[in-house]
Design a binder for this molecule. Structure first.
Ligand SMILES: N[C@@H](CCC(=O)N[C@@H](CS)C(=O)NCC(=O)O)C(=O)O
Length: 234
């Protein structure tokens, strides 16, 4: 059994998708990041950076194995199962490149765009503009990569799982998928996968009613109730 420390979010969806795609047995352990549960000492022992996701694999060969950082968890589960990461060759290199691209680029920049567009007080136009433009650049990079390809690293892989949840929030990054037709096609194909749907449906009972309403949508869209909800993580 794998303990999956979870709150619905783009980074945790990556791991949820992988667990669901692999059919691995797991137990959801809620971490309410809007109530500072990520700072609890017992959670910090598993995830010292006080962020979800994290897992504890109680079926690891050398005893219980904790893993934090979504990219490391995806690689750990890919190595454990032998799935969604080619064992060698160009497909493996590509999946690792695009996983790192998501971890170092799309995730952090989209996170900042989300923060400044949604929470910053008036007068932060420079930051809003910078992160929105950087997101647009990264979306253009991904759109170009997907031209002529079904999946980011040719084979369906951990790279696709890593990017999907961020693209789910594209409107919050100030992006319109009409401008990125290849991403739009890929996003539709990803969203149609039963494992992705099961992953995205997890834990709606753990969030505010306003956010739960937003999570029912096929992709993030503004909602008056959610707009008025100022709950945010530290
Ligand atoms: N690089 C980390 C980022 C994780 C992350 O930012 N998680 C967010 C939810 S998507 C979180 O736990 N936020 C809590 C906080 O900011 O205190 C990863 O990919 O696992």
């Amino acid at each position: 059994m794998i303990d999956f420390h979870f709150f619905p979010s783009p980074n945790t969806w990556k791991v949820a998708i992988m667990l669901e795609e692999c059919g691995l047995p797991y137990r959801l352990v809620p971490v309410d990041i809007t109530a500072d549960a990520q700072f609890a000492p017992e959670f910090l022992r598993i995830s010292p950076n006080n962020r979800v996701p994290a897992i504890v694999d109680h079926t690891a060969p050398d005893g219980s194995q904790p893993v934090f950082e979504s990219g490391a968890i995806l690689l750990y589960l890919a190595e454990k199962t032998g799935r969604f990461l080619s064992p060698s060759g160009p497909a493996r290199v590509a999946a690792q490149e695009w996983l790192m691209w998501q971890m170092g680029g799309l995730g952090p920049m989209a996170g900042q765009a989300h923060h400044f567009r949604r929470y910053a007080p008036a007068g932060n136009d420079y930051a809003v503009d910078r992160y929105t433009r950087e997101c647009a650049r990264l979306y253009r990079v991904l759109d170009a990569r997907l031209a002529g390809r079904s999946w980011i690293a040719d084979d369906y892989s951990v790279a696709d799982m890593a990017c999907w949840g961020w693209v789910w929030f594209h409107r919050l990054h100030g992006q319109d998928l009409g401008d990125f037709p290849q991403i739009g096609r890929w996003f539709t194909a990803m969203s149609a996968r039963p494992a992705v749907q099961r992953a995205q449906a997890l834990g709606h009972d753990l969030v505010s009613p306003a956010f739960a309403r937003v999570l029912q949508q096929p992709a993030y869209d503004e909602d008056p109730l959610f707009a008025a909800d100022t709950t945010r993580v530290k």
